[in-house]
Each structure stands twice: as structure tokens, then as C-alpha cells.
Design a protein around this ligand. Sequence first.
Ligand code: ADP
Ligand code: ZN
Length: 720
Amino acid sequence: MVVGVLIEIENKAVDKIFDYQVPEKLEEKIKKGIRVKVPFGNRTLEGFIIEIKTETSYQKDLKELISIVDEEFVLTDEMLELGKWLQQETLASLISCYQAMLPKALKAKNGSVVSKKYKTIYTYLGIKNQKISEKQQEILSFFEKKKEITREEMPTISKARLDVLVKHGILKEEKKEWYRLSYQKEGKKKYPLTEDQEKVVKEVKESMDRIFLLHGVTGSGKTEVYMELIEDALKEGKQSIVLVPEISLTPQMISRFEQRFGSRIAALHSSLSEGEKYDEWRRIEKGEVDIVIGARSAVFAPLKKIGLIIIDEEHSPTYKQDVNPRYHTRDVAIKRALYHDGKVILGSATPTLESYARARKKVYHLLELPNRVNGRSLPKVVLIDMNKEIKYAIGHFSRPLIAAIKEKLEKKEQIILFLNRRGYSSVISCKNCGYALKCPNCDITLTYHKANNTLRCHYCGYGSNVIKQCPECHEMALQDLGVGTEKIEEELSHLFKDAKIIRMDVDTTSKKGSHKKMIESFANHEADILLGTQIVAKGLDFENVTLVGVLNCDTALMIPDFRSSENTFDLLSQVAGRCGRSKKEGKVYFQTYNKDHYAIVCAKNNTYHTFFQEEMKIRRMMKYPPYYYLVLIKIASKKQESALLEAKRCEKVLKKYLDQTILLGPSPAMLFKKQNIYRYQLILKYQYQNNLQEVLEKLDQYYKTNKEVKLEIDFNPIHM
Ligand code: ADP
Ligand code: ZN
């Protein structure tokens, strides 16, 4: 027997299938998709069996397979096929595609494969005509409430005494696989659906369509709709995957599912240890789970009968993986749903322009929930014009915001303050009026390059000298405006001496469990003010929060990215939605220098449709998605000249073969120099270009073996 093995190795040049001879004693255990150890060069490596065959075309003597790593663990036929598709779609290596589907603990790379855990479990079988001593009765009293008890639950009883009962057939002793996490068993907390929710559920159930876009304002009860549909799928014996963006994968969301579905759920997210992830994966594999909740990679959960895949907050950029393979979760979900004949539901209060445009063209089935549950109103948003207020502000706080905070503190209600941390500190804007310099060709802000003191567009390469005077208000006030949460916290504690503040940002939440703790403590009203970055914007639901303040709406607008307006609109809508979710009415303050910008005005008025129309005009004019498709190509090297030279060569080749594509660049990438590697980029814009895949594949092949220059291709990029 001969098998084709795909080796786990991080070298695109050997991303091929190698043949191995199977020793006779292993033959009957060989299955497609199983993990094996093989000799490779002078090393022993792991890989997956991709093919089983009777003979090989390889001319020399074949090496022998060494062993099987895990007999139970198999990449299913669906996964094997999905991996090949993923490779074609992303041009990543095949092995990286399979690796993306598995939890880290199952990857051989670091050699630290997590082990299964076992526990000794005793089961009560019953007493026939045995005489039971008083001491034995003491042991059996443990079994009055539960039939199965672990050894750890009887710490006072010696092993010898248990052994006697096992010998008499009263107890059974066995080792069982034991999982590191546990869930509540009972649940079934459930609301009767509102009319609107009912209608949406019915529409999904009765429709023959496959992909649905559920556009529902924050608090419109989308999550309840998901749960209803999942329950329905369960009744038909089908399983579901619920995907959530990592930051909003709060304990709150999981506990809602847990309360309703009990231990039939598994949760996969980044704050689990490798061991916990491994266990969750095993439960899914063994069919002990019907609902998987998780971030991006949970779309690969090895469920065997998928009825439903839900992508909540579908607009979240975390659904695009930004390392190889650069897939979008939506595409994988649709592919899997096709395989299983299931349905996909994309849900959001602020759908991406791409998805909404598709829904309008009936590629996706559009569902709308325009109102909050039970007539609750969306909070009132007040815009504060910082151009006028800056003179009177204390630090970063305007007078109306200070007054509002004070009032809420007195009423013992809670406050969330949101500081929009700029993704890049290299954007220059006017301290007086908020104006930022933009590229005339690409409509994105220019990036400051310290090395040669210039401003550059990182899409098309346009350059300009640095100026100090603002062209808009003529003040000499152009500068980098970055401010951190620590500084704001300091200002806050000066302004409100008695207020208790929780600061939540990447620094304070890096420790495992700290995020959850902070949220719980805020929910218990152990603090008055929650101050945070993006991390507080999404998914939270606190009854007592009646004031939300956004300190700086403009920074997101200034990020040099064609989606900066969309991202600003999303973020502000989300933040505002955190407020007034229960009976108490909420109020929101946006501090901004751009009070007339449509992204800010539409977020204030909660008018998604107006925003969509305005933004679509610009996208059409500037030739961006959803009117055009994009491909981002990065050329990276330790030597700046080589990177630039090769970027220019790529440009030439692409120009020659892609006749219907607009080519931008080469230009310095957003992170031009990182860890001593220089990056240039080319951007492709196209509507139709039938040979695109073929040309890019050739280009990719060409650079596979190049040691000095690396090529990265990103289809439909999110960050550029
Ligand atoms: P979304 O996911 O759209 O933000 P949620 O599903 O979280 O909305 O619902 C918002 C709030 O309304 C939650 O507190 C939820 O428990 C409550 N809710 C949802 N549906 C109902 C219903 N049918 N009856 C009563 N309360 C509901
Ligand atoms: Zn430009």
C-alpha cells in the first residue's frame, strides 16, 4: 500500500504530496485524512494522508511511513475538499489551509501536542442480596443524587474501600475521557417572539434561498432570532455554527446560549487554553455537540450535519484572516452550507456595503428588523462641535459631556466612555479644525514618513511635502493627535474625584480572564465609568448604562483606508447601541470636529440607508468595492532596493497580462518597514478579468523559490 502525504512544513516550495510505503502492520489503520509521522530528509515530520493508492510513479525506492499520530482524528472528505478549494481561492499553501482548520494543539509544529485527560468514574449498579456494612453505606450515600461520580468527588474515601464495592459488582469503575470545560446542564430560558421576530423566522424557514442578510438595529432581537432558528434546526436533527467577532465574544453571549441550550454547546475562542480548545474540538468531533459558538476559525468546526451557519456582526473585519490563508469567513460558511445543504445567516446592524449591495440585487435574501424589541427607543445622540468647544474644554472633555457625566454620577447610573484609538499614529491632522490631508487620487489620508519627512499615499504612491499650516483654517496647527486611554483616565479622575473608573484596553485586558472580570464587575456596579477602546464598543449589554460618550469620533475617519467612513459609521452606531437597552432611557454624546460628515450624521440619526447611498456614490466614483474588486499584492524584502525593484517587475508583468485591470503603485505599504523588512504594494482594481487567477498563480509560483523577496497576495483585502 502506498499513501500520498502532505507534510507539515512551512516552505511553499515543498507544498506537495509525497508518496510513502505503508508497513504491513499499519495497513488496516490507514484512512484518508489521518495524521502520520514520516521521514523527510533527515528529519521526522508529521503530515496528513491525502491519497491512498496501490502504486507510485516515483522511480526510486519509497521511504516507509513511521507511525500514526492519532487514530481517531481524521480530516473528513468535506475538509479535504474544502482545503483544496481554499488553496485555489487564496493561493496559500495547501498545508496552511488544512492547518487553518484545526486547533493549534493538533498542529505538529511546536511538538507540544496536547493530551487527552481521563478521570476515573464510578457508576452505581445496584445491590442484589449483598449485606452492606455501615461504612459501605456511607459510600453509597454519595450515589443517592447522582449515578456517576468521579474519584475526585469522594476525597475522603480510600481506594481500597471502593475496590471492595467494585469487586462485589455494586459499583463499576472505568476511565472516561474528561473535558476541561463544563457547561450548565439545564436551560430553556426563552421569550415569546415579537411579531417582527416571528416574521423573520418564518421567512427563513419557508424560503428556498440559501444566504440571508438580517439587517436589524442594535437591540432588535437578532440573537433571539438566531436561537429560534437553531432550535428549529435541532428539531430536524441538524447542527449549527454561530460565529461572532472575537471582541464581542463576551461571556454574555455564551451564557445566553448556555441558558437556552445547556451542555449541547461548545465555545471556541482565543481566551481558551490550548488544552481547552482541544477538548472542545474533540467533543464536536465525537458528535457530543450540536451548537458551536466561536470566532473566525470556528467556521471549520467538524460538525457532520450542518443546518445553519450564523455570522453575527457580519461587518466585523475580524472575519477576514490576515495571515495565510487569507480567507473570508463568509465565503467558507457559504461553501460549507452548500456542501451540507444548509443555510447561512449574516446578521448586522450595519452590514458591509458589499453584503447590502448583494442583498439589494437579491443575491442574498434581505430580512429587516427596523425596531428595537418591545418599543424601546434608540438612544438620543447629541453631536458636540469640538471646533467651537475646544476653547472651553477641560482636557479632552467638552462642557456638555462633563455636565452629563456629573448628572449620571449623581443619579447612580453608569457611563461608558469610548476612546477611539487611532490604528496608526502617523496621520497628521489639524488640532484646531480636525482637517486631515488627503490624496487627490484615492480619497484617503496621507501617511507621514519620518525618514524623509514626507507625506505619502500608500495606495497610489502620491507624495507631498509636510506642511505646518492647515489649508482649511490657516492655523499653524497640523500635528499628530494621538492620545491614549491612560491620559484620559488621568483627566477623568481629576474631573470626578469620587467616581470609580474601569479602564479597558489592550494593556489592561491582556491577562486571561481579566476582560470577563472587568465586565462582571461593571455589571455589578462596582464602578461608575467604563473607559475603553474598541473593546467596549460591541456586544455588551448593561441595564444601568444610560450615558455613552465618544471622546473623539474623528480619528477613525482619518485612518488611510477607503473604508474609513464605513468603519466610523459602524463603530459609532455600535457604541450608541450600548446605551438605553432596558427601561431607562439612554443618551449618547459624540464629540467631533466633523459634525457635518455623513458618516457621523447618519450614525447620529441611525439612518443606515442614507449612509449606504452616500457611501455608494463615493465608491462608484473612486472605483472601490462593491463596484470593483480589489487585490492587494505586497512585495517584501530585507533589502529595500530589491523590494522596490521586484515590485516594479511585478507591475510590468501585470500591466502586460491584465488588460482590464487598473493597477496602482508600487507604493510603500502601510507598515512600510517592520522588523527590518521593507514592504511595497500594488493594488489591482477590476470588474471583469477572466485570466486574473491564472496570472496571479503564475506570479506566485515564480516567487515561491525566491529567498530574498517574498510575495503576498490578498484577494478582497480588508486592511490595506
Ligand atoms: P440584538 O442581537 O439585535 O442586539 P438581542 O437579541 O440582544 O438583540 O435583544 C436585545 C434585548 O432584548 C436583549 O436583552 C434580549 O434579551 C431582549 N429580547 C429579545 N427578544 C425579545 C423578546 N421576544 N421578548 C422580550 N425580550 C426580548
Ligand atoms: Zn493615492
